[in-house]
Design a protein around this ligand. Structure first.
Ligand code: BTN
Length: 334
């Protein structure tokens, strides 16, 4: 049987001219004719008409015709490439954006693209995932239209041992973005779970491919529960969303833009060897240090006091015997 290929929208740089049309419509409450739009943007009328149709096909609610003029009825509540690019302040990590209504896993596709030499900054975004993956082989619940399911491709010229630091950096960027857009300050559970009220709000799955002791590529996958009105029974005690905690709805586009902007700023500092300052910020946001923890690391269970996170991202736990154990992966169960 032929494998089903998910439908992809606008994964190329012609997004720029779509953005320009969208921007012009955003700023104009009265209808803008095809002619006026063409003159304003330096495009032919046919080019304008084509872009309007593409925006409509992507889900933008645009009413009107070339002669009567076009009007944007409401910005779509979708993570469309043109919406993401509009007003995005990031300079380097800006696409191409591969957008899907439904996908198995954004991380899986990002890895496929990476293997085909996609550039750093490539972003894979889906409205839903059928096989969203979490850490330690878990599933990531990814219902349509309510969460962020995104994967960002990076190519840091560094050894694989630095990957944990990028994961911690990502969590700090998510915390910053959440604070900026929603006012909500999540806690970070080592290594990179985002928590609100003790429940999981988001998680990060970082995966990499190496080549002769260098990172060939790294995919940072972010899952964030934004407007989920509820969770399946088995997750109810464990997971929460921004909407459930605050009673408000949030723009996923705005959250994604804020994460990209904060991440880019932190990633630049990371590449400039400023990780110690990022780690300090991570320490100020974590709910793990100083607490009694139970860490599951494969078949091992380590119980004790969480003392410190080392500059390479490992957690130091003082067991009841007094021995200090270095934990490099695993999950804090309690
Ligand atoms: C965790 O277990 O805490 C990590 C969850 C990561 C989920 C995200 S959703 C987007 C990306 N694609 C995936 O398949 N997983 C990550």
């Amino acid at each position: 049987m032929k494998p089903h290929k998910p439908k992809e929208l606008a994964a190329d740089s012609s997004n720029n001219s779509l953005n320009a049309v969208l921007q012009a419509l955003r700023c104009e409450p009265s209808p803008l004719s095809g002619e006026a739009l063409a003159a304003r943007l330096g495009l032919s009328r046919t080019a304008v008409w084509k872009r309007i149709n593409r925006l409509k096909a992507q889900g933008s609610a645009i009413a009107g015709s070339p002669r009567r003029g076009y009007r944007l009825l409401a910005p779509p509540d979708k993570l469309l490439p043109a919406e993401i690019a509009l007003g995005l302040q990031a300079r380097r990590l800006t696409g191409p954006v591969h957008y899907f209504e439904g996908l198995a896993s954004t991380n899986d596709l990002a890895k496929e693209l990476a293997a085909k030499e996609a550039p750093e900054g490539t972003l894979v975004v889906a409205e839903s995932q059928s096989r969203g993956r979490g850490r330690l082989g878990r599933q990531w619940d990814s219902p349509p239209g309510v969460g962020l399911y995104v994967s960002l491709l990076l190519r840091p010229p560094l050894p694989p041992s630095e990957m944990p630091q990028i994961t911690l950096t990502t969590a700090v960027a998510v915390a910053r973005a959440l604070k900026r857009v929603t006012g909500v300050a999540p806690g970070i559970k080592w290594p990179n779970d985002l928590l609100l009220g003790g429940k999981k709000l988001g998680g990060i799955l970082t995966e990499m491919e190496t080549e002769s002791d260098q990172i060939r590529y790294l995919v940072v996958g972010l899952g964030l529960n934004v407007n989920n009105p509820a969770f399946p029974k088995e997750l109810r005690a464990l997971a929460t969303s921004l909407a459930l905690t605050t009673g408000r709805q949030f723009s996923r586009v705005q959250l994604l833009q804020a994460w990209l902007e904060e991440f880019e700023a932190l990633y630049d500092r990371f590449l400039a060897r400023e990780f110690p300052a990022i780690l300090e910020e991570w320490r100020s946001l974590t709910v793990t240090l100083g607490r009694r923890v139970t860490v599951r690391q494969g078949p091992l269970t380590i119980c004790g006091q969480a003392l410190e996170v080392t500059p390479d991202g490992a957690l130091l736990v003082r067991e009841d015997s007094g021995e200090v154990v270095r934990v490099t992966s695993g999950e804090i169960a309690a």
